[in-house]
Design a protein around this ligand. Sequence first.
Ligand code: SF4
Length: 70
Amino acid sequence: MSAIPVVDQEACIGCEACTQICPEVFRMEEEEHGDHSHGKSTVYNPTGASRAKIEQAMDACPAACIYWQD
Ligand code: SF4
């Protein structure tokens, strides 16, 4: 079993970089905070793209909140 990518949603700033680079793996989810709704990335298909492409998304993440989990 290989590692799968995980998003630390506490740290995610919702910039959408990962979803643009790797839409096969990441997608944005709306999170409600009272009257302020803020998008967070989530991994919906951990095996949807090559490891290299997922690593591109990790490298592009300004919050460095995507990591591998065994
Ligand atoms: S690139 Fe990082 S900060 Fe931006 S949406 Fe994806 S996980 Fe969140």
